[in-house]
Design a binder for this molecule. Structure first.
Ligand SMILES: [Zn+2]
Length: 234
């Protein structure tokens, strides 16, 4: 049940027995020529909705545009909320929920650039919130998915498979390439990305993507999120 589809009375009723909210957060950014701009948002939202269905917990409004200031920012279609602004946005989002009685916050995150702002926002509110717990789950970093995901990277086999499972009509399979690039461990300015890292925006190849792998990644991720949710509610 999406929070935005519930009435004032329904959310008040929900809060009598629950204090948890599932919050999908993603990005609108280039995902090579094969995948849609909203891959991270669509993936996170699908997981959050499935989690909400299974656990009968509410799913907050999706935060669709994330922080993409580095690496992909200069590619067509990428949108970005700067790190400082997204931290402030998240703090206000959380405070709005807190004043109504929410005390458990589970972020279903679909994009790496959101991890630092999420941490900053949570660090900001922990000082003023009471009796609250927060969890940020970024599916591609789940230890139990390591073998399946196999470090597939941005717009790579993992994300492409997930999209083939969830939204096959949005995947341009003929645009998969064999390009494999690694992002350096140091930070680089965006011009270097084009010159030295990737021209197509892909950081790994999508060639071996299958809907079957996508289903496995999706199912396993939702199971892990269910565990995170239970831990938060204990
Ligand atoms: Zn992505």
């Amino acid at each position: 049940m999406k929070t935005i589809k519930m009435s004032m009375a329904e959310i008040a009723e929900y809060l009598k027995t629950n204090s948890i909210i599932i919050i999908p957060i993603g990005a609108v950014e280039e995902h090579s020529k094969a995948l849609p701009l909203g891959t991270d948002t669509l993936t996170a939202e699908a997981m959050a909705i499935e989690l909400g269905k299974r656990t009968k917990r509410t799913v907050g409004p999706t935060i669709s545009v994330g922080n993409c200031h580095s690496i992909t920012f200069t590619f067509p279609g990428t949108m970005s909320i700067s790190p400082v602004n997204i931290v402030n946005y998240l703090v206000d989002y959380l405070k709005s929920l807190y004043k109504d009685g929410f005390r458990r916050f589970l972020f279903v995150n679909g994009h790496g650039g959101n991890i630092a702002p999420l941490r900053c926002a949570i660090d900001t509110v922990v000082d003023v919130f009471e009796n609250s717990r927060f969890s940020v789950g970024s599916w591609w970093l789940f230890e139990d998915l390591k073998d399946l995901y196999n470090n597939a990277g941005h717009a790579g086999r993992g994300e492409a498979s997930m999209m083939l499972y969830l939204y096959p009509e949005l995947v341009h399979k003929d645009m998969f390439t064999e390009e494999k690039r690694n992002i350096p461990y140091y930070y680089v300015s965006n011009d270097i990305v084009h010159q030295e890292i990737t021209e197509t925006g892909i950081i790994n190849d999508g060639q071996e993507s299958t809907a079957h792998l996508g289903r496995k990644l999706f199912e396993k991720s939702v199971e892990i999120y269910e565990k995170l949710l239970k831990e938060l509610e204990e």
